[in-house]
Design a binder for this molecule. Structure first.
Ligand SMILES: *Cc1c(COP(=O)(O)O)cnc(C)c1O
Length: 464
Protein backbone atom coordinates (compact mmCIF):
# COMPACT_ATOMS: atom_id res chain seq x y z
CA UNK A 1 0.00 0.00 0.00
CA UNK A 2 2.75 2.37 1.04
CA UNK A 3 4.78 1.60 -2.06
CA UNK A 4 1.77 2.10 -4.26
CA UNK A 5 1.29 5.62 -2.89
CA UNK A 6 5.00 6.31 -3.36
CA UNK A 7 4.68 5.24 -6.94
CA UNK A 8 1.79 7.63 -7.61
CA UNK A 9 3.58 10.45 -5.81
CA UNK A 10 6.61 9.98 -7.97
CA UNK A 11 4.44 10.53 -11.05
CA UNK A 12 3.36 14.03 -10.02
CA UNK A 13 4.62 16.33 -12.75
CA UNK A 14 7.31 18.90 -11.94
CA UNK A 15 6.28 22.53 -11.56
CA UNK A 16 8.83 23.76 -14.08
CA UNK A 17 7.72 21.20 -16.63
CA UNK A 18 4.03 22.18 -16.24
CA UNK A 19 4.94 25.84 -16.60
CA UNK A 20 6.36 25.19 -20.06
CA UNK A 21 3.35 23.29 -21.38
CA UNK A 22 1.12 25.23 -23.83
CA UNK A 23 -1.98 24.88 -21.63
CA UNK A 24 -0.23 26.85 -18.88
CA UNK A 25 1.58 29.22 -21.20
CA UNK A 26 -1.73 30.66 -22.39
CA UNK A 27 -2.52 31.99 -18.89
CA UNK A 28 0.68 34.01 -18.73
CA UNK A 29 -1.11 36.91 -20.36
CA UNK A 30 -3.77 37.03 -17.66
CA UNK A 31 -1.60 36.25 -14.65
CA UNK A 32 2.14 36.66 -14.28
CA UNK A 33 4.45 33.66 -14.65
CA UNK A 34 5.29 33.92 -10.99
CA UNK A 35 1.65 33.82 -9.90
CA UNK A 36 1.01 30.81 -12.10
CA UNK A 37 3.99 29.07 -10.55
CA UNK A 38 2.59 29.70 -7.06
CA UNK A 39 -0.82 28.42 -8.18
CA UNK A 40 0.69 25.25 -9.65
CA UNK A 41 2.65 24.65 -6.46
CA UNK A 42 -0.54 25.00 -4.41
CA UNK A 43 -2.47 22.66 -6.67
CA UNK A 44 0.30 20.05 -6.65
CA UNK A 45 0.77 20.19 -2.92
CA UNK A 46 -2.95 19.60 -2.47
CA UNK A 47 -2.74 16.69 -4.89
CA UNK A 48 0.16 15.25 -2.89
CA UNK A 49 -1.91 15.48 0.28
CA UNK A 50 -4.89 13.79 -1.35
CA UNK A 51 -2.69 10.92 -2.55
CA UNK A 52 -1.28 10.48 0.94
CA UNK A 53 -4.81 10.59 2.42
CA UNK A 54 -5.92 8.00 -0.08
CA UNK A 55 -8.65 10.26 -1.51
CA UNK A 56 -6.90 10.38 -4.87
CA UNK A 57 -5.54 7.28 -6.57
CA UNK A 58 -4.27 8.57 -9.92
CA UNK A 59 -2.53 11.61 -11.33
CA UNK A 60 -5.20 13.75 -12.97
CA UNK A 61 -4.69 14.72 -16.59
CA UNK A 62 -3.48 18.14 -17.64
CA UNK A 63 -6.97 19.53 -18.24
CA UNK A 64 -7.91 18.87 -14.63
CA UNK A 65 -4.70 20.41 -13.33
CA UNK A 66 -5.35 23.46 -15.48
CA UNK A 67 -8.90 23.75 -14.10
CA UNK A 68 -7.61 23.55 -10.55
CA UNK A 69 -5.07 26.28 -11.21
CA UNK A 70 -7.82 28.56 -12.55
CA UNK A 71 -10.05 27.70 -9.58
CA UNK A 72 -7.17 28.72 -7.31
CA UNK A 73 -7.14 32.18 -8.90
CA UNK A 74 -10.90 32.51 -8.65
CA UNK A 75 -10.87 31.57 -4.95
CA UNK A 76 -8.13 34.08 -4.31
CA UNK A 77 -10.15 36.80 -5.97
CA UNK A 78 -13.22 36.15 -3.84
CA UNK A 79 -13.54 38.42 -0.83
CA UNK A 80 -14.69 37.35 2.59
CA UNK A 81 -16.81 40.49 2.89
CA UNK A 82 -18.90 40.33 -0.24
CA UNK A 83 -22.01 41.61 -1.91
CA UNK A 84 -25.24 39.64 -1.29
CA UNK A 85 -28.78 39.96 -2.60
CA UNK A 86 -31.27 40.74 0.17
CA UNK A 87 -34.46 38.82 -0.55
CA UNK A 88 -35.79 39.15 3.01
CA UNK A 89 -37.75 42.36 2.44
CA UNK A 90 -36.25 43.84 5.61
CA UNK A 91 -34.94 47.23 4.50
CA UNK A 92 -32.44 47.96 7.29
CA UNK A 93 -31.21 44.40 7.75
CA UNK A 94 -28.68 44.57 10.58
CA UNK A 95 -26.92 41.37 9.48
CA UNK A 96 -26.76 42.44 5.86
CA UNK A 97 -25.13 45.83 6.36
CA UNK A 98 -28.10 48.03 7.29
CA UNK A 99 -28.50 50.99 4.89
CA UNK A 100 -27.44 50.64 1.25
CA UNK A 101 -25.82 53.71 -0.27
CA UNK A 102 -27.07 55.23 -3.50
CA UNK A 103 -25.01 54.90 -6.70
CA UNK A 104 -23.89 58.54 -6.90
CA UNK A 105 -23.05 58.48 -3.23
CA UNK A 106 -20.78 55.46 -3.51
CA UNK A 107 -19.17 56.97 -6.61
CA UNK A 108 -18.37 60.06 -4.60
CA UNK A 109 -16.91 57.89 -1.82
CA UNK A 110 -14.72 56.07 -4.35
CA UNK A 111 -13.49 59.39 -5.73
CA UNK A 112 -12.54 60.73 -2.30
CA UNK A 113 -11.01 57.42 -1.23
CA UNK A 114 -8.83 57.03 -4.31
CA UNK A 115 -7.33 60.51 -4.33
CA UNK A 116 -6.01 63.13 -1.95
CA UNK A 117 -8.61 65.40 -0.43
CA UNK A 118 -8.90 68.48 1.75
CA UNK A 119 -9.87 66.25 4.70
CA UNK A 120 -7.90 68.34 7.18
CA UNK A 121 -6.81 71.21 4.99
CA UNK A 122 -8.32 74.65 4.68
CA UNK A 123 -8.30 75.49 0.97
CA UNK A 124 -8.91 79.21 1.64
CA UNK A 125 -6.23 79.80 4.23
CA UNK A 126 -3.80 77.15 3.01
CA UNK A 127 -3.26 75.71 6.46
CA UNK A 128 -4.45 72.88 8.65
CA UNK A 129 -8.22 72.46 8.71
CA UNK A 130 -10.65 70.20 10.58
CA UNK A 131 -12.35 67.05 9.33
CA UNK A 132 -15.39 68.08 11.36
CA UNK A 133 -15.78 71.26 9.31
CA UNK A 134 -17.12 69.61 6.17
CA UNK A 135 -20.56 68.75 7.52
CA UNK A 136 -21.10 71.77 9.79
CA UNK A 137 -23.01 74.02 7.43
CA UNK A 138 -25.20 71.37 5.86
CA UNK A 139 -26.16 69.67 9.14
CA UNK A 140 -26.99 73.04 10.70
CA UNK A 141 -29.12 73.88 7.71
CA UNK A 142 -31.00 70.57 7.80
CA UNK A 143 -31.58 70.49 11.57
CA UNK A 144 -31.46 74.12 12.65
CA UNK A 145 -28.89 73.16 15.31
CA UNK A 146 -26.37 75.62 16.77
CA UNK A 147 -23.54 73.12 16.46
CA UNK A 148 -22.91 69.58 15.21
CA UNK A 149 -20.39 66.78 15.50
CA UNK A 150 -20.10 63.47 13.65
CA UNK A 151 -18.54 60.30 15.09
CA UNK A 152 -18.26 56.64 14.16
CA UNK A 153 -21.77 55.47 15.04
CA UNK A 154 -24.64 56.41 17.30
CA UNK A 155 -23.32 54.27 20.14
CA UNK A 156 -20.16 56.41 20.01
CA UNK A 157 -22.28 59.57 19.88
CA UNK A 158 -24.17 58.60 23.06
CA UNK A 159 -20.93 57.60 24.73
CA UNK A 160 -19.17 60.86 23.87
CA UNK A 161 -22.14 62.99 24.96
CA UNK A 162 -22.48 61.22 28.28
CA UNK A 163 -18.76 61.00 29.06
CA UNK A 164 -18.38 64.70 28.37
CA UNK A 165 -21.46 65.98 30.13
CA UNK A 166 -22.24 63.75 33.09
CA UNK A 167 -18.99 62.38 34.52
CA UNK A 168 -19.46 61.78 38.23
CA UNK A 169 -23.07 62.94 38.12
CA UNK A 170 -26.51 61.36 37.99
CA UNK A 171 -28.52 60.90 34.81
CA UNK A 172 -32.25 60.87 35.31
CA UNK A 173 -33.91 58.41 32.95
CA UNK A 174 -37.24 56.61 32.83
CA UNK A 175 -37.34 52.90 33.73
CA UNK A 176 -39.20 52.36 30.47
CA UNK A 177 -36.20 53.63 28.49
CA UNK A 178 -33.38 51.52 29.95
CA UNK A 179 -33.14 49.62 26.70
CA UNK A 180 -30.73 47.24 25.06
CA UNK A 181 -30.27 48.11 21.43
CA UNK A 182 -28.72 45.01 19.92
CA UNK A 183 -25.16 43.85 19.95
CA UNK A 184 -25.35 44.37 23.75
CA UNK A 185 -25.49 48.15 23.62
CA UNK A 186 -27.30 48.70 26.91
CA UNK A 187 -28.18 52.18 28.02
CA UNK A 188 -27.63 51.52 31.75
CA UNK A 189 -24.18 50.09 31.08
CA UNK A 190 -23.25 52.91 28.75
CA UNK A 191 -24.19 55.46 31.41
CA UNK A 192 -22.00 53.66 33.92
CA UNK A 193 -19.13 53.33 31.49
CA UNK A 194 -19.35 57.08 30.92
CA UNK A 195 -18.65 57.64 34.58
CA UNK A 196 -22.19 58.59 35.51
CA UNK A 197 -24.77 56.95 37.73
CA UNK A 198 -28.30 56.12 36.69
CA UNK A 199 -31.18 57.65 38.55
CA UNK A 200 -34.12 55.58 37.35
CA UNK A 201 -37.54 57.08 37.63
CA UNK A 202 -41.10 55.85 37.09
CA UNK A 203 -42.02 52.31 36.14
CA UNK A 204 -41.69 50.22 33.02
CA UNK A 205 -45.02 51.37 31.60
CA UNK A 206 -45.62 54.76 33.21
CA UNK A 207 -43.34 57.65 34.02
CA UNK A 208 -44.90 60.98 35.02
CA UNK A 209 -43.41 64.47 35.03
CA UNK A 210 -43.71 64.36 38.79
CA UNK A 211 -41.20 61.45 38.89
CA UNK A 212 -38.57 63.58 37.15
CA UNK A 213 -39.29 66.59 39.39
CA UNK A 214 -38.75 64.53 42.52
CA UNK A 215 -35.52 62.98 41.22
CA UNK A 216 -33.62 66.23 40.70
CA UNK A 217 -30.95 66.89 43.34
CA UNK A 218 -27.63 68.70 43.66
CA UNK A 219 -25.79 65.81 42.03
CA UNK A 220 -27.95 65.63 38.90
CA UNK A 221 -25.91 65.94 35.68
CA UNK A 222 -28.57 65.58 32.99
CA UNK A 223 -32.04 64.40 32.08
CA UNK A 224 -31.99 61.81 29.34
CA UNK A 225 -34.57 60.41 26.95
CA UNK A 226 -33.90 57.30 24.88
CA UNK A 227 -36.01 56.24 21.94
CA UNK A 228 -37.27 52.74 22.62
CA UNK A 229 -36.51 51.91 19.00
CA UNK A 230 -36.83 48.17 18.98
CA UNK A 231 -39.86 47.56 21.19
CA UNK A 232 -43.12 49.19 22.21
CA UNK A 233 -44.90 49.28 25.49
CA UNK A 234 -48.58 49.40 24.72
CA UNK A 235 -51.73 49.61 26.81
CA UNK A 236 -51.65 51.45 30.13
CA UNK A 237 -48.70 53.72 29.44
CA UNK A 238 -47.50 57.24 30.00
CA UNK A 239 -44.31 59.05 29.11
CA UNK A 240 -43.35 62.62 29.89
CA UNK A 241 -43.45 64.96 26.88
CA UNK A 242 -40.05 66.13 25.62
CA UNK A 243 -41.03 69.82 25.86
CA UNK A 244 -41.78 69.51 29.56
CA UNK A 245 -38.61 67.53 30.28
CA UNK A 246 -36.60 70.20 28.46
CA UNK A 247 -38.25 72.97 30.50
CA UNK A 248 -37.55 71.10 33.73
CA UNK A 249 -33.89 70.54 32.79
CA UNK A 250 -33.42 74.18 31.86
CA UNK A 251 -35.05 75.38 35.08
CA UNK A 252 -32.18 73.62 36.85
CA UNK A 253 -29.45 74.53 34.38
CA UNK A 254 -29.13 70.91 33.20
CA UNK A 255 -28.72 69.52 29.68
CA UNK A 256 -31.58 67.50 28.24
CA UNK A 257 -30.11 64.71 26.10
CA UNK A 258 -32.27 62.82 23.61
CA UNK A 259 -31.00 59.64 21.92
CA UNK A 260 -33.29 59.33 18.91
CA UNK A 261 -31.72 56.15 17.51
CA UNK A 262 -32.92 56.61 13.97
CA UNK A 263 -32.65 60.25 13.01
CA UNK A 264 -35.26 61.51 10.59
CA UNK A 265 -35.27 64.54 8.34
CA UNK A 266 -38.53 63.54 6.67
CA UNK A 267 -41.98 62.93 8.17
CA UNK A 268 -42.41 59.15 7.89
CA UNK A 269 -46.19 59.48 7.47
CA UNK A 270 -45.28 60.10 3.85
CA UNK A 271 -44.56 56.33 3.66
CA UNK A 272 -47.60 55.28 5.66
CA UNK A 273 -45.59 54.88 8.87
CA UNK A 274 -46.67 56.46 12.15
CA UNK A 275 -45.48 59.93 13.11
CA UNK A 276 -42.11 60.35 14.82
CA UNK A 277 -40.49 63.71 15.42
CA UNK A 278 -37.75 64.71 12.99
CA UNK A 279 -34.37 65.88 14.29
CA UNK A 280 -35.28 69.56 13.91
CA UNK A 281 -38.60 68.99 15.68
CA UNK A 282 -36.73 67.35 18.57
CA UNK A 283 -34.46 70.39 18.81
CA UNK A 284 -37.53 72.64 18.72
CA UNK A 285 -38.96 70.68 21.63
CA UNK A 286 -36.00 71.98 23.61
CA UNK A 287 -33.52 69.09 23.47
CA UNK A 288 -29.99 70.36 24.09
CA UNK A 289 -28.19 67.36 22.65
CA UNK A 290 -29.73 64.99 20.08
CA UNK A 291 -27.91 61.87 18.87
CA UNK A 292 -28.83 59.61 15.95
CA UNK A 293 -27.46 57.06 13.46
CA UNK A 294 -26.35 57.79 9.91
CA UNK A 295 -27.30 54.34 8.59
CA UNK A 296 -30.77 53.73 9.93
CA UNK A 297 -33.72 55.54 8.37
CA UNK A 298 -31.46 58.39 7.29
CA UNK A 299 -30.09 55.95 4.70
CA UNK A 300 -26.46 57.07 4.80
CA UNK A 301 -23.19 55.48 5.97
CA UNK A 302 -22.53 54.16 9.47
CA UNK A 303 -22.08 57.29 11.56
CA UNK A 304 -23.26 58.90 14.77
CA UNK A 305 -24.52 62.44 14.49
CA UNK A 306 -24.67 64.80 17.46
CA UNK A 307 -26.55 68.08 17.12
CA UNK A 308 -27.53 70.70 19.66
CA UNK A 309 -26.31 73.55 21.84
CA UNK A 310 -22.91 74.98 21.00
CA UNK A 311 -21.79 75.13 24.65
CA UNK A 312 -22.28 71.36 25.08
CA UNK A 313 -20.91 70.28 21.70
CA UNK A 314 -17.80 72.47 22.12
CA UNK A 315 -17.00 70.48 25.25
CA UNK A 316 -17.36 67.22 23.30
CA UNK A 317 -14.99 68.52 20.62
CA UNK A 318 -12.33 68.96 23.30
CA UNK A 319 -12.81 65.47 24.75
CA UNK A 320 -9.78 63.22 24.07
CA UNK A 321 -12.20 60.36 23.44
CA UNK A 322 -13.23 62.05 20.19
CA UNK A 323 -9.95 61.01 18.59
CA UNK A 324 -10.83 57.36 19.16
CA UNK A 325 -14.35 57.81 17.82
CA UNK A 326 -13.49 59.95 14.82
CA UNK A 327 -14.96 59.32 11.41
CA UNK A 328 -13.03 58.30 8.37
CA UNK A 329 -12.94 60.35 5.15
CA UNK A 330 -15.04 57.76 3.32
CA UNK A 331 -17.77 58.14 5.92
CA UNK A 332 -17.62 61.92 5.65
CA UNK A 333 -17.85 61.72 1.88
CA UNK A 334 -20.83 59.37 1.99
CA UNK A 335 -22.60 61.37 4.66
CA UNK A 336 -22.11 64.70 2.91
CA UNK A 337 -23.43 63.25 -0.35
CA UNK A 338 -26.45 61.79 1.48
CA UNK A 339 -27.17 65.02 3.34
CA UNK A 340 -27.01 67.06 0.14
CA UNK A 341 -29.86 65.00 -1.26
CA UNK A 342 -31.96 65.90 1.79
CA UNK A 343 -31.85 69.58 0.81
CA UNK A 344 -34.67 68.60 -1.56
CA UNK A 345 -37.03 66.02 -0.04
CA UNK A 346 -38.15 64.59 -3.39
CA UNK A 347 -34.56 64.24 -4.53
CA UNK A 348 -33.83 62.34 -1.31
CA UNK A 349 -36.76 59.97 -1.79
CA UNK A 350 -35.75 59.30 -5.39
CA UNK A 351 -32.03 58.74 -4.74
CA UNK A 352 -31.59 57.29 -1.25
CA UNK A 353 -32.20 53.53 -1.49
CA UNK A 354 -33.65 53.22 2.03
CA UNK A 355 -36.28 55.85 1.22
CA UNK A 356 -36.89 54.38 -2.24
CA UNK A 357 -37.60 51.01 -0.67
CA UNK A 358 -39.91 52.57 1.93
CA UNK A 359 -41.75 54.41 -0.81
CA UNK A 360 -42.54 51.30 -2.86
CA UNK A 361 -46.27 50.71 -2.49
CA UNK A 362 -47.85 47.29 -2.82
CA UNK A 363 -48.74 47.80 -6.46
CA UNK A 364 -45.12 48.71 -7.33
CA UNK A 365 -43.94 45.62 -5.46
CA UNK A 366 -46.47 43.46 -7.28
CA UNK A 367 -45.30 44.66 -10.69
CA UNK A 368 -41.69 44.09 -9.73
CA UNK A 369 -42.52 40.59 -8.45
CA UNK A 370 -44.29 39.83 -11.76
CA UNK A 371 -41.14 40.84 -13.63
CA UNK A 372 -38.92 38.59 -11.48
CA UNK A 373 -41.46 35.78 -11.91
CA UNK A 374 -41.28 36.25 -15.69
CA UNK A 375 -37.46 36.43 -15.69
CA UNK A 376 -37.33 33.10 -13.82
CA UNK A 377 -39.77 31.54 -16.30
CA UNK A 378 -37.78 32.87 -19.29
CA UNK A 379 -34.43 31.57 -18.07
CA UNK A 380 -35.79 28.03 -18.02
CA UNK A 381 -34.93 27.30 -14.40
CA UNK A 382 -36.40 23.97 -13.27
CA UNK A 383 -38.58 25.52 -10.55
CA UNK A 384 -42.19 26.36 -9.76
CA UNK A 385 -42.69 30.01 -8.88
CA UNK A 386 -45.64 32.14 -7.81
CA UNK A 387 -46.28 35.75 -6.86
CA UNK A 388 -47.83 36.32 -3.45
CA UNK A 389 -48.51 39.25 -1.12
CA UNK A 390 -46.35 39.57 2.00
CA UNK A 391 -45.48 41.91 4.85
CA UNK A 392 -42.00 43.49 4.87
CA UNK A 393 -40.17 45.02 7.82
CA UNK A 394 -38.37 48.33 8.19
CA UNK A 395 -35.66 46.70 10.35
CA UNK A 396 -32.68 48.27 12.09
CA UNK A 397 -34.69 48.33 15.29
CA UNK A 398 -37.14 50.83 13.81
CA UNK A 399 -40.92 50.53 13.82
CA UNK A 400 -40.83 47.07 15.41
CA UNK A 401 -44.57 46.43 15.18
CA UNK A 402 -45.23 47.89 11.74
CA UNK A 403 -45.05 46.01 8.50
CA UNK A 404 -45.13 47.22 4.92
CA UNK A 405 -47.42 45.49 2.41
CA UNK A 406 -45.21 43.97 -0.29
CA UNK A 407 -44.88 41.03 -2.66
CA UNK A 408 -42.71 37.92 -2.84
CA UNK A 409 -41.83 35.44 -5.55
CA UNK A 410 -41.92 31.95 -4.07
CA UNK A 411 -39.55 29.28 -5.39
CA UNK A 412 -40.19 25.53 -5.20
CA UNK A 413 -38.26 22.70 -6.83
CA UNK A 414 -39.53 19.14 -7.21
CA UNK A 415 -36.56 17.34 -5.63
CA UNK A 416 -35.61 19.90 -2.99
CA UNK A 417 -36.96 21.00 0.37
CA UNK A 418 -37.33 24.71 1.10
CA UNK A 419 -34.32 24.48 3.43
CA UNK A 420 -32.18 22.95 0.67
CA UNK A 421 -33.20 25.67 -1.78
CA UNK A 422 -32.48 28.38 0.79
CA UNK A 423 -29.06 26.89 1.48
CA UNK A 424 -28.11 26.55 -2.17
CA UNK A 425 -29.18 30.11 -2.98
CA UNK A 426 -27.14 31.32 -0.01
CA UNK A 427 -24.09 29.56 -1.47
CA UNK A 428 -24.43 30.83 -5.02
CA UNK A 429 -21.83 33.09 -6.70
CA UNK A 430 -23.72 36.14 -5.50
CA UNK A 431 -25.34 34.80 -2.32
CA UNK A 432 -29.13 35.24 -2.31
CA UNK A 433 -30.54 35.56 1.21
CA UNK A 434 -34.20 34.68 1.58
CA UNK A 435 -36.93 33.77 4.04
CA UNK A 436 -38.87 30.53 4.28
CA UNK A 437 -42.56 30.89 4.90
CA UNK A 438 -45.12 28.10 4.98
CA UNK A 439 -42.47 25.70 3.66
CA UNK A 440 -41.72 27.87 0.65
CA UNK A 441 -38.67 29.95 -0.17
CA UNK A 442 -39.79 33.57 -0.52
CA UNK A 443 -37.92 36.35 -2.31
CA UNK A 444 -39.35 39.69 -1.30
CA UNK A 445 -38.78 42.13 -4.15
CA UNK A 446 -38.84 45.33 -2.07
CA UNK A 447 -35.15 44.91 -1.19
CA UNK A 448 -34.08 43.43 -4.54
CA UNK A 449 -32.87 45.62 -7.38
CA UNK A 450 -33.99 44.85 -10.93
CA UNK A 451 -30.30 44.66 -11.84
CA UNK A 452 -30.05 41.64 -9.53
CA UNK A 453 -32.71 39.60 -11.37
CA UNK A 454 -30.05 38.11 -13.70
CA UNK A 455 -27.93 36.93 -10.76
CA UNK A 456 -31.01 35.41 -9.11
CA UNK A 457 -31.84 33.56 -12.35
CA UNK A 458 -28.26 32.25 -12.50
CA UNK A 459 -28.51 31.02 -8.92
CA UNK A 460 -31.92 29.41 -9.41
CA UNK A 461 -30.83 27.70 -12.67
CA UNK A 462 -28.02 26.00 -10.76
CA UNK A 463 -30.31 24.41 -8.16
CA UNK A 464 -29.66 20.67 -8.13
C1 LIG B 1 -29.64 51.97 17.06
C2 LIG B 1 -29.59 52.75 18.29
C3 LIG B 1 -28.37 53.05 18.90
C4 LIG B 1 -27.06 52.57 18.35
O1 LIG B 1 -26.79 53.19 17.13
P1 LIG B 1 -25.63 52.60 16.18
O2 LIG B 1 -25.58 53.57 15.05
O3 LIG B 1 -26.03 51.23 15.81
O4 LIG B 1 -24.37 52.64 16.98
C5 LIG B 1 -28.39 53.80 20.06
N1 LIG B 1 -29.57 54.21 20.59
C6 LIG B 1 -30.76 53.95 20.01
C7 LIG B 1 -32.01 54.43 20.67
C8 LIG B 1 -30.81 53.20 18.84
O5 LIG B 1 -32.00 52.92 18.28
Amino acid sequence: MKNEKQLILSRIPKVDVLLERPFMKRWEQTYSRNLIKVAIQQVLSRLRQEILDGTCGTIPDEEVIEKNVIAYFQRRRQFHLQRVINGTGTILHTNLGRAVLGKEISEHVARIASSYSNLEYDLEQAHRGSRYQHLQAILKKLTGAEDVLVVNNNAAAVMLALTTLIKGKEVIISRGELVEIGGFFRIPEVIELSGGTIHEVGTTNKTHMEDYHRAINENTGAIMKVHTSNYRIIGFTETAPAEKLAALAHEHGLPFINDLGSGLFIDMRRFGLPYEPTVSESLNQGCDVVTFSGDKLLGGPQAGIIVGKKSYIEQMKKNQLLRALRVDKMTLAALEATLQLYLDEDLAVRNIPVLQMLAQDQRTCMNKAERLHQALADCGAPVRTSVEPCRDMVGGGSYPEYTLPGYVVTVEAAQLTAEEIEQQLRHSDVPVICRIQKDKVCLSVRTIEEDDFASICEAVKKLL
